[in-house]
Design a protein around this ligand. Structure first.
Ligand code: GDP
Ligand code: MG
Length: 320
């Protein structure tokens, strides 16, 4: 197995095998992954990352296939990351059929990857974020993330994708609760797919009404686009709205959101690094078992135990 610097430099040249290898490291959480990501980080932040979220069956994969084809015909390179355990690409739902799938996957301008979310109750995982960064560093112009809009995942998507497309289908009445619970706030663009069905116009009006109810914080007014993913109708218009949103972002309109996201990531990284260090030190000093026993016997509560541990660590480090 090649080492981190070699994998990283091949990723930077867009080598598909290295990209795949890098993603596997990230998924497995290896120590190489951390090194690879550190080497790639300065080369990220160039791609336009687009999240596409919506319920299972709304037509996300079908739409993404059409988007990829259109973007390729415009000469853009594309990465696709699917965080949808219910419809993996290999399951046949993606790209319609095998032949068309091969058509796209032999194309070096496209890299497609499904992510497993089983170890990740929080929805979009760290692995997804790093996978997006690998594709970004590899030089892909556009990166599309497919997520099922259920629970936490839809909220997490905004941490990874500066542009979020929320997909709905006509007759989404059942989903109104979910919509109220947060999906309206995360959508930069709304796509009413399956517009070949009845009530597509009613869906547009319903979304418009809901958007007007929400308190509009930014200058961006989310456009609503009708699409028919199966035929590709509306795809050009959707891409145009995506491009307009990118332009809006490039004017720095949303820099506060970006600062907040980066701050959160730093906070997470600090928590991880300090927790690893503290646990490791406690373990070495034989303190970890002692604290666990005290918790089991209810002599101490977890937060007080953490405080005690921290005090010990600080005392030890002063003594060194
Ligand atoms: N009638 C109609 N069917 C569609 C449309 N888009 C997708 N479908 C179908 O809906 C089903 C689910 O599509 P899929 O892309 O797998 O949905 P996903 O779960 O959101 O990724 C498939 O059978 C598609 O052919 C559309 O615009 N109109
Ligand atoms: Mg899908």
């Amino acid at each position: 197995m090649a080492d981190a610097p070699q994998i990283a430099s091949l990723i930077l040249r867009g080598n598909p095998r290295a990209i795949a290898k890098g993603i596997t490291h990230v998924e497995d959480g290896t120590s190489e992954a951390e090194k690879i990501m550190a080497l790639l980080y300065p080369h990220t932040g160039k791609a336009h990352v687009i999240g596409i979220t919506g319920s299972g069956g709304v037509g996300k994969s079908t739409l993404i296939e059409k988007l990829v084809k259109e973007l390729r015909s415009q000469g853009k390179t594309v990465g696709v990351v699917a965080v949808d355990p219910t419809s993996p690409f290999s399951g046949g739902a993606f790209l319609g059929d095998r032949i068309r799938m091969q058509e796209l996957t032999v194309d070096e301008g496209v890299f497609i990857r499904s992510m497993a979310t089983r170890n990740n109750p929080g929805g979009l995982s760290l692995a997804t974020r790093d996978t997006v960064r690998i594709l970004d560093a590899s030089g892909k112009d556009i990166i599309i993330i497919e997520t099922v809009g259920a629970g936490q995942a839809e909220v997490d998507i905004i941490k990874v994708a500066p542009t979020v497309v929320v997909m709905l289908a006509p007759g989404f009445g059942d989903e109104i609760q979910a919509i109220k619970a947060g999906i309206m706030e995360i959508g930069d663009i709304f796509a009413i797919n399956k517009a070949d069905r009845e009530n597509a116009d009613k869906a547009v009006i319903d979304i418009q009404a809901m958007l007007q109810l929400g308190n509009q914080k930014s200058k961006w007014i989310p456009p609503i686009v009708k699409t028919i993913a199966t035929t590709g109708e509306g795809i050009i218009e959707l891409l145009e709205k995506i491009r307009e949103h990118k332009e809006y972002l490039s004017k720095g309109e949303d820099s506060l959101r970006q600062r907040r996201i980066v701050r959160e990531e730093l906070e997470e990284a600090l928590k991880k690094k300090t927790a690893d260090y503290i646990l490791d030190t406690l373990q070495k000093q034989g303190e970890l078992d002692r604290l666990i026993s005290k918790l089991l016997s209810r002599e101490i509560d977890p937060l007080s135990a953490a405080e005690e541990a921290l005090t010990k660590i600080l005392t030890w480090s002063k003594g060194r």
